[in-house]
Design a protein around this ligand. Structure first.
Ligand SMILES: [Zn+2]
Length: 214
């Protein structure tokens, strides 16, 4: 499976967006249309990739602010978990809460994903793992054959997602991490919604939030 990943850190919350491409067809999908649509389009153009679809790991504003503009410009579908629409509709309110003014609402998802659903683009296959706790309807996306996990705001290098925002639930987040992510192989690369890449093995051995649960 010839594939490549480009990561971009964008917006007021330094959120990671990931372009994942089938390098044979040069079609790409975007995991988290975070912000700055022009920069996302420029990164795709620079690589010679054509963005065909976008998937949100969850509906916090810093992960979906570019969705409306990219959908308008590229006419591509937008996918998110079936529990995200209420929170998606609250993005303008989230903007007020963070003092960012009245932000435009993201589009309604074209298709709603459920746990174990597979997002397919050419030779790329991403499996949805329902991992709530940080936000309602949060999913992590797993490229099983390649051993790559896009963990959104569930698991970070040395940390875990915050649970103090509306709909956050620490016990549920720990359950998601321990039950859905920790069974993965130590070698699985973890590409999170914020900060640097890590691996399942490294977090299993060193993440203070997980060590407390051993
Ligand atoms: Zn978030």
């Amino acid at each position: 499976m010839p594939f490549a990943i480009k990561s971009l850190t964008l917006g007021a919350f330094a959120t990671n967006a990931y372009l994942v491409a089938d390098t044979a067809t040069k079609n790409a999908l975007l995991i988290d249309p975070v912000d700055s649509p022009d920069l996302i389009l420029a990164a795709a153009a620079e690589a010679g990739w054509s963005i065909q679809m976008m998937v949100a790991t969850h509906a916090h504003l810093d992960h979906v602010l570019a969705a409306a503009a990219l959908k308008k410009q590229l006419r591509i579908p937008f996918f998110a978990h079936k529990d995200t629409p209420p929170l998606l509709r609250e993005v303008p309110m989230q903007g007020m809460y963070f003092g960012l003014g009245n932000l435009p609402a993201p589009p309604e998802p074209d298709d709603l994903l459920d746990d174990q659903a597979t997002v397919i683009l050419d030779s790329l296959e991403l499996k949805c793992l329902y991992t709530p706790g940080h936000a309602p309807g949060h999913i992590s996306l797993l490229m099983e054959k390649e051993g790559i996990l896009f963990s959104g705001d569930t698991l970070f290098a040395g940390s875990i997602g915050r649970t103090d925002l509306p709909g956050g639930d620490h016990a549920l987040l720990m359950h998601s991490i321990l039950d859905r992510l920790m069974p993965l192989d130590d070698r699985v690369r973890v590409l999170p919604g914020h900060m640097a890449e890590t691996t399942i093995g490294r977090e299993r051995k060193t993440n203070p939030f997980l060590l407390a649960h051993r």
